[in-house]
Design a protein around this ligand. Sequence first.
Ligand code: ZN
Ligand code: ZN
Length: 327
Amino acid sequence: MAKPRVKHYLVNEKYEDPGLVIEIDSLGEYILFDVGNIRKLDRHLLRKVNKIFITHTHMDHFIGFDHLLRNKLGREQTVEVFGINPLAENLYCKLQGYTWNLVEFEPRIVFNLKQYNSGLFEYYSYDIKKKFARDFIKEEKADTDVIYENQYYRVRYAVLDHKIPVMGYSFEYKDRLLLKKDSIKDLPLEGRQIGEFKSFLADENNRGKSFTIDGREYGWEELREKYSYVQEGIKISYITDVVFSEENFKKIINLVKGSDVLYCEAVFLPEDREQASKVYHLTADQTALIAKEAGVKKLVVFHFSRRYANRWDRIIEEIKPIFPNVE
Ligand SMILES: [Zn+2]
Ligand SMILES: [Zn+2]
């Protein structure tokens, strides 16, 4: 069955600032992974962005926040921000870099932040009406690798080593049970009953139970087969700014395994392995190995070092023998 309509693409060229966009029109969800230079993105899209996942706050991953903020002004909205300590501090400092004395006339903009910090999730809120003061909301034990989840998708994370802790992310659109529209219209169900019927079918715990339609009982398996189908989910992972270590390798594989698409940095050529490990980045062959070991369907590479100007093709050429489905 067709995959859900989820549009995903890199913000920039492969040798420019990293960043990934995920657009889900049907849900009104517009997600950015990293906010480096984002000037190429359409301003209508920037206005709609409602979730931001930051890997870390090196400049090439966060400098675009000002540009985003500017495009947000003038429209009431809440933006959810996710990342790792010291993101809360960095965001606060960015917001305090401007004077907000006239904001009483501005529509309300709120940034709600959730960051991982040494085994805890910390929650902060920054409200334009309070001149973006940093309000600490709460903290809780981070006893899950899911940093965000709703009915339709979840985002998982892994804390990786880049000489500082950074986040790797995996976006997982869940499998969904949908009703076969043509068959369902013959059933004497209406309005709320259809919702109940769908919930009954969607819940695997109802296996062996029955549902009553017009005074007659029907089994879960029979109804499910006849009136519904499962729309398979999609998994998109985003890994950047990591050193090739045994621990990183294990954590990345665990996070991204089976991805439909893995977006992963490939900064250096194999011959510059020493430089790569010195600055805590991956070489092309290391990236290829990750994609292969994780059994992803497709690999998209980026964050190419500028030292290879005009011979960036070589990075992809190095990957192909190990992992052919790369672009
Ligand atoms: Zn970095
Ligand atoms: Zn970087």
